[in-house]
Design a protein around this ligand. Sequence first.
Ligand SMILES: [Zn+2]
Length: 174
Amino acid sequence: MSSTISQKQQWLKVGILTVFCSIAPDIDVISFRLGIPYQHWLGHRGLSHSIIFAALLGLIALLFISEKSVKRKCLYFCVFFASGFLHDILDAMTNGGLGVAFFSPFSDTRYFLPWQPIVVSPLSIRRFLTLRGWGVIKSELIWVILPSLCFMAMVALYRSKKILYRKYRGLINR
Ligand SMILES: [Zn+2]
């Protein structure tokens, strides 16, 4: 019973840290307040949107997880890294801005993916609360939220099938 509760707590922690890793790259919006230009390596979509930063976030998130199994630790790191890196990929699929500095701090070159269906969000809340903001929401629903929900449904289906299979095998072996 207690192990089930602690496992639930662990998954909750992993979930919260995953969300944190997926939004943390946009901490760089404070660069505008600090007067750092967009194209600067510390500017928006610069260092904080790099592969190195996503890996660093993954390692920092891992510090909050108490897990003895190295295999599980690696899995958690992959989840944290992937959520941060996916943020960068999705930003590179937007139709605005200067691109993403995937290889910062080694290279300041900004990149876009060849396919950019996602409408870029305005950086000010006032501009977001216009018709343009509605366009951004629609675009994110189609290209981000819907695929995410499909992925989560597939994982849930896979897990429930696995549980059913284990129960079935348990009945057979009796
Ligand atoms: Zn971003």
